[in-house]
Design a protein around this ligand. Structure first.
Ligand code: ARG
Length: 593
């Protein structure tokens, strides 16, 4: 039998990556509501939401009434009787049994003052930090990064930032494809063109040309094919010169990927690259342990595991191929070895795989086999962070005119060009090097936000015109909203303070904005719970709109006395929330635009 690997005691910590935060306004109200609901039916969900009517609305009474077989209004009255909102909010029953909650003015003012003095804007550091391993980006050596890698990179990096900010230990794993039969052909091609030439073209990021040329020769020339085959054998048996050439290919590619990450402002470093080849020495053990656990079956000349619940359309069991007869170990064996390494050696409490939808079944089977083999304890949160395709304007897979997949850098460069043009068309926008920096910041915001702001499993259309627009639900719009707030604050100078702000919030637009500001911690918590960065995007967009409505209704700089302090404080909190929120998405918030 396979013995479960020794477990680190740190695993005993909270492992669900739940937030330990209880002090957000929402959480405080939810806590009190849960207590009242519990008194009628333990575990009943109050379904608390921010609301357009009152400040918050609890919609859980109807479901509770149904389960109790009682009239909703009656149950609502009962809940209210059990509800202790002392010092927090007023409650009112509306319609068939909605509970409308209105924060007391004193509490609202206090919450705002606390946010004002808190650089983390209410996001608490988790009391139980988890080790979170995020597998993302993962391009392939000597192959161009495409838009699929863009999505993985952008989503993975946003998650890494959100978890890091919450205080978890994030370990990024860039599982690059740096092993397998194509390397025979790639190395032979490198030999043919000469090392210097190859290095020159790879370091320029000309990966497609290099790969295509190798492929073309491979398809056309039997002698080259033979050499490539021998090269694979030499690579696998550890021939020093072959290994050296392989390393040249890998290092050049990694250097190029690093350039792309820098251009995108992504936190991945070369140290995060732990490619498929890193697990070579662990593959024998994977097979031996699966065999010892009685999980391995021979099928059609390959060694496979057939995890329960995976069948094809005809109801036949699906294999996870661990070892092919002549091809050696496959992708799945490497993923299993990587998973064990992450659990056993990195002490992962959570494993996230930011990988496209086509690999969903592969990953599910890897997870299933790892559980069967007792390599993946129940306590480890393990999730495939799935994402959809990037589509062209024709709603088909995004391709170049000649039908190739689009190079990632080409997309970014084009976004920079659009942003430069947009800036040039704006009166008073900065010029020269400042414009170039700004254009890059806007381009990154455009590309990243468009990717992050839709529910990630859905496809989205890559439409640069819309993405770089300063209007609508876009990254540049949020940057612009922030820059506008900063400009108001610059003009106000130092002549105001939080202490002088009474936060009376007499105008409904002020109150509306204030309630939005209180929700930041909840939005980041939602990202951690759901692994959906769009939850934060939606929040920030909503906040920017609340700010616009406030700014239209409430003059700031021309306001007088304490009211001016109050409105400037709201501007300041809005700007800080947008800047911090954008930074968690990997988007910069320039001071001026
Ligand atoms: N290199 C793979 C590709 O380009 C993605 C790897 C994803 N990560 C993993 N652990 N399988 O499709």
């Amino acid at each position: 039998m396979c013995v479960a690997p020794a477990r680190r005691t740190t695993r005993e910590r909270s492992v669900k990556c739940e937030t330990g935060r209880v002090s957000s306004t929402y959480e405080q109200l939810a806590l009190r509501l849960r207590q009242a609901f519990d008194a009628l039916s333990p575990g009943a969900d109050p379904v608390l939401r921010l609301s357009e009517r009152g400040d918050y609305q609890a919609n859980g009474v109807m479901a509770l009434a149904k389960s109790l077989g009682r009239a909703p209004r009656e149950v609502a009255a009962d809940v209210v009787a059990h509800l202790d909102l002392e010092g927090w909010a007023e409650v009112e029953v509306a319609g068939p049994g909605f509970l409308n909650l209105t924060l007391t003015p004193a509490r609202l003012a206090q919450q705002l003052r606390e946010l004002g003095g808190d650089p983390r804007l209410g996001v608490e550091v988790t009391p139980a930090p988890a080790t979170v391993v995020i597998d993302y980006s993962a391009p392939n050596v000597a192959k161009e990064m495409h838009v699929g890698h863009l999505r993985s990179t952008v989503i993975g990096d946003a998650l890494a930032r959100v978890f890091r900010f919450a205080g978890d230990e994030v370990i990024a794993r860039n599982h690059v494809g740096d092993w397998g039969t194509p390397f025979g052909m790639l190395i032979e091609h490198l030999v043919d063109v000469g090392e210097d030439e190859a290095v020159a073209s790879l370091s320029m990021g000309d990966l497609n040309t290099f790969y295509q040329a190798a492929r073309t020769t491979f398809d056309a020339d039997p002698a080259f094919r033979e050499r490539s085959r021998e090269r694979v054998v030499a690579l696998q048996s550890g021939d020093p010169e072959t290994r050296r050439l392989w390393r040249v290919l890998r290092d050049q590619s990694v250097a190029y990927f690093t350039e792309v990450y820098r251009k995108l402002d992504v936190t991945l470093t070369p140290e995060d690259v732990v490619g498929e080849s890193s697990y070579n020495d662990a593959l024998d053990t994977v097979v031996a342990d699966l065999a010892a656990a009685g999980l391995l079956e021979e099928s059609g000349g390959a060694w496979c595991v057939f995890p329960e619940g995976f069948t094809n359309r005809d109801g036949e069991r699906l294999p996870l191929i661990i070892k092919k007869r002549d091809d050696g170990y496959g992708y799945a064996a490497t993923d299993l070895a990587a998973l064990r390494d992450r659990v056993d050696h990195l002490g992962a409490d959570a494993l996230f795989y930011v990988v496209g939808a086509p690999q969903a079944q592969h990953l599910e089977m890897v997870f299933a086999v790892a559980r069967l083999a007792h390599w993946l304890p129940e306590s480890v949160r393990c999730e495939h962070v799935v994402f959809g395709n990037v589509l062209g304007p024709d709603h088909k897979m995004l391709r170049t005119r000649s039908g190739e997949s689009v190079r990632l850098v080409a997309l970014i460069d084009e976004a920079v060009q659009r942003a430069t043009d947009a800036l040039a068309a704006r009166a008073g926008s900065p010029e020269g090097p400042e414009r170039a920096t700004l254009a890059l910041q806007i381009a990154r915001a455009a590309v990243k936000y468009a990717d992050l702001s839709t529910e990630r499993s859905r496809d989205y259309v890559f439409d640069l015109d819309r993405m770089v627009s300063f209007e609508g639900d876009t990254g540049p719009y949020l940057q612009y909203a922030h820059a506008r707030q900063r400009s108001i604050l610059r003009r106000a100078g130092a002549q105001w303070s939080y202490d002088a702000a009474p936060f009376a919030l007499e105008d409904p637009a002020e109150r509306h904005l204030a309630l939005g500001l209180l929700g930041f911690a909840d939005a980041t918590a939602a990202v951690r719970d759901s692994l959906q960065p769009h939850r934060l995007c939606t929040y920030l967009f909503d906040l920017a709109q609340r700010f616009t409505a406030f700014y239209e209704a409430c003059p700031v700089l021309s306001a007088e006395g304490a009211r001016r302090d109050e409105r400037l404080a709201l501007c300041d909190l809005s700007a800080r929330t947008l800047a911090l929120g954008l930074s968690l998405l990997g988007i910069e918030a320039p001071e001026r635009m």
